[in-house]
Design a protein around this ligand. Sequence first.
Ligand SMILES: Cc1ncc(COP(=O)(O)O)c(C=O)c1O
Length: 376
Amino acid sequence: MNIPFNKPFLTGKETDYIREAVESGKISGDGIFTRKCHQFFEARYGFKKALLTTSCTDALEMAAILCDIRPGDEVIAPSYTFVSTVNAFVLRGAKIVFADSERITPNIDVASIEQLITPHTKAIVPVHYAGLACEMDTILDVAKRHDLFVVEDAAQSIDSFYKGRPLGSLGTFGTFSFHETKNIISGEGGMLSINDEAFVARAEIIREKGTNRSAFFRGEVNKYGWMDIGSSFLPSDIIAAFLYAQLENLDSIQSRLKQIWNRYHELLEPLETQGLLELPVIPPNATNNAHIFYLVCKSLEQRTRLIGYLKERGILAPFHYLPLHNSPYYHNRHDGRALPNAERFSDCLVRMPMYYEMSVNDIEYIAGELNNFFLK
Ligand SMILES: Cc1ncc(COP(=O)(O)O)c(C=O)c1O
């Protein structure tokens, strides 16, 4: 057996659409396929505006500019996340005030947010870990009372919902990733969702190197120039062509991943019932988009042994984030608060292989080896 952690799934149409994009004669940004992708997201999820970017990292950098983050501003974000969630704000001069995770999920502990707010706080950046929604009502309520931006890091959250509302549509902005490890992919790729009309025009300018080129191409102005700060955040239409082939198959991809996730859960629930490990908890107001199937071990030592045990049996099961408040770059800048839940997930969480083409046999083999490990 040799089971990788992830394997990009191709629907079969990607290269046809790439050829179509190439033959259309326009392969820079905002071509036919980019428009199709934007329309897909706006129609399906009700985003006021969807803008493809070259990564979720880029979408986060755009969001930080749109929030007008300046040196001295503070941004509240979980420590248990990917670097890009906060690096985007640090690039604009922000200080990151790290929050702990909840006890039972890696998501931000919403009860801890209000005490972290100071007169300098400008934004809250919740991360929906594994595509499972943070408790957004509390976050939105705190943000409203303190007049803060909410940027949802929805990198892992495509087609996932909170109280029936799509993730990425609840905050001022949402940021998505289509990196090859995600449910819907384009190699590298991302998207900014904008839920307040007031930011759309500026977002288009920031995405086009600080120019009003988008308005020019729509015929709204007769020349374009330098209007604001910005960068080259838009992807080539070749990337969008790949992505569109995936989006057309979103329902079947999601349904297969959910089958895999549910099968893992069925097979491993007895180990959880016996108190030998913890399985993911789906919060009551959240749906599951089956992006990650993880286990939580009892200790770092046990997890290290488990990863080695699985590796020897041909199963690649990686851990995930290192807590950013302890990172080489930030630990001297962090205010010293202990964030024990973030550290526990960092030490004890391990992700199981998860990809469209996994067979029932693969899942049963992995579950069998987990049983051997935990019951021995
Ligand atoms: C929570 C989170 N935010 C942001 C990113 C960055 O995404 P990208 O690789 O598309 O820039 C990742 C990457 O996996 C992530 O897990």
